[in-house]
Design a protein around this ligand. Structure first.
Ligand code: NDP
Length: 273
């Protein structure tokens, strides 16, 4: 753990026990920033950043974590809402428990943490909030309806919030990673019954998604992008970090006919028309 920091700004990262969140917390800390990494798990490995327990699905956990940070540092300058769960399923067969868990984490979790941090940033008259969304928040991806819905909701929430808090010196944006090489598959709320009426297609789509994540770009590239964003006085509303092909797909999405885009997406995922 670092004893002195080149930068006295306090950065809180949710979901820092693995993948993208861990890469962000480690990278920013190694660059001299004061970082508090959080997740539901107790810290098990040595890390260059401080650690706090935070379960974004529990209001009590959110409030007590933020209280601990504020009583120690009296401020929170940068919030990275990163904690999230993947989900693969047909909408028809998706169990309500899995749906609730994903929405509670990916959407309500962002709301709980943001609501608790906003009064602190408002009093400071300064703050950056970066919500880790997904390319799935820009386009409805097949068999990821609930995941896409959660990330579309984060996009909408972010667009609205930007207009409410800019007058308080608070800048808000989403960052949409494409496929990033992490262990997200381990905690996905996937539901694919063997006798699914959507099989074998659904299982094949899962294989394609797994292969894309396995060949995804390293999480450190997201961390490097975040470092650039926290240094900016003003943030645009959206930033994509992805391989050139996925960047291109997200760029053409709003400008080509919807029916053509849908066809391309279905062809990519080998989905029958
Ligand atoms: P990981 O599964 O590696 O990391 C998820 C993190 O979220 C873990 O640290 C986990 O910690 C934490 N988490 C899960 N539930 C909770 C909770 N209730 N409260 C607090 N923390 C929680 O996934 P990634 O790093 O890949 O994903 C990080 C974010 O990036 C997610 O929002 C995801 O949707 C998004 N994303 C990922 C992409 C990818 O290809 N990997 C692509 C696009 C977006 P713990 O279990 O210890 O609580």
């Amino acid at each position: 753990m670092k004893s002195s920091n080149a930068n006295s700004e306090v950065i809180l990262v949710s979901g820092a026990s693995s993948g993208i969140g861990k890469a962000i917390a480690s990278y920013l800390s190694d660059k001299g920033h004061r970082v508090i990494g959080t997740s539901r798990s107790p810290q098990t490995q040595a890390a260059s950043f401080e650690w706090e327990i935070l379960d974004v699905t529990s209001q009590k956990s959110v409030e007590s974590c933020i209280q601990r940070v504020v009583s120690k540092y009296s401020r929170i300058d940068i919030l990275i809402n990163n904690a999230g769960l993947g989900m693969i399923s047909s909408l028809e067969e998706a169990p309500m428990d899995n749906i609730n868990r994903v929405l509670d984490t990916n959407l309500l979790g962002v709301i709980r943490v943001t609501q608790t941090v906003l009064p602190i940033m408002r009093m400071q008259n300064k703050g950056h909030i970066i919500n880790i969304s997904s390319i799935a928040g820009l386009m409805g991806l097949p068999y990821r309806s609930i995941y896409s819905a959660s990330k579309f909701a984060v996009e909408g929430l972010t667009e609205s919030l930007r207009t409410e808090v800019r007058k308080f010196g608070i800048e808000v944006c989403t960052l949409q990673p494409g496929s990033i090489e992490t262990d997200i598959k381990e905690s996905r709320a996937t539901y694919i019954p063997r006798d699914s009426v959507y099989n074998p297609e659904l299982t094949e789509v899962e294989n394609i998604i797994d292969a894309e994540v396995a060949k995804g770009i390293p999480a450190i590239l997201v961390a490097k992008k975040i470092e650039k964003l926290i240094g900016k006085k003003h943030l645009h509303s959206k930033y994509v970090v992805a391989k050139p092909f996925q960047k291109l797909v997200s760029a053409i999405r709003p400008v080509i006919p919807r029916s053509m885009f849908e066809k391309l997406l279905m062809t990519h995922y080998q989905i029958k028309d």
